[in-house]
Design a protein around this ligand. Sequence first.
Ligand code: TXA
Ligand code: MG
Length: 331
Amino acid sequence: MKTVIGTDIKKAALLLASGSVVAFPTETVYGLGANALDASAVAKIYIAKGRPSDNPLIVHIASRKDVSKLASSVPVLAKKLMDKFWPGPLTIILKKRPIVPLITTGGLDTVAIRMPSNEIALALIKAAGVPIAAPSANLSGKPSPTCAEHVIADMTGRIPMIISGGSCSIGLESTVIDMSSDVPTLLRPGQVSLEELRMVIGKVRVSSNVYGVKRKIVTVRSPGMKYKHYSPDATVVVVVGPKSKVESKIKSLLKSYSSKRISVVGFHKYDSYSSYVCKDSAEMAHVVFEKFREADSSGVDIVIVEGVSNKGIGLALMNRIKKAATEIIEL
Ligand code: TXA
Ligand code: MG
């Protein structure tokens, strides 16, 4: 299949409206979109990604009016979250209406809805005139794409069009909160933090896998969590603890692994094959998936990442890093 790479939103919207798959930028990561209400269009997303079809997708909308078309009931607290955080990196799970096909929701009776805060995404959804189901636009097993080049690397030849829209401002996938049952439950942390969610709606339960604890999952509430997540071919080592201790631990690791090609992603400059210095957690969130892709393409043996605290976006960052990690060193 020939893949057009460009910025023509009208053309992309026509493709979506006619049942094709288009990759587009959002403020979190690039999405691989199709008409959420068209089962055969959604099936093409799973094929393009090489992803199991019981993993539910997020439905992207451009207008609040669409919520009640997709969801059978919208609790007051869910409305409060929409008022505060939409458009933005928050996905809200609600009971679905029959109009949403089961292939979109991975067979669940709930639907995940999000209004992205990216002008290209919003213009595209409006022009297509339908809600757009979209997982991250990576091949299954690769990190989420945070710029058009990542999507081009994974999706060329697999879909008819990729909208190039620069680098995603956040770089980690949206926060996912389940508002379909009595107690709001955080299923995936993101830029909209747990602290902010609690400030707006009070009690929020946190799903056990958010902290990256490797325990046996008995009931899977967010099916995306049960699949092995991306980790680079390189070994990922995370070092967590007080700043000064982390710094000296990393220096001693570098000495003991001196025969290896090591890349460090942290907050200090280290004497290693490559050392990326982030100014804060937000910048690390912005670059971490890209650094993992780079490690794979440049034959790095070990990626050492400086851990951060679980505050704010730190919870999301540590969740993604721990998923990729072979070893977590806590000091
Ligand atoms: O930032 C994002 O959310 C990006 C952009 C493209 O919007 N999308 C994204 O989609 O990260 P994906 O498919 O990679 O992740 C969707 C997550 C998965 O963990 C999935 O299990 C969960 O949302 N999810 C979707 N629908 C659900 C539902 N009905 N119940 C529970 N979890 C759900
Ligand atoms: Mg994904």
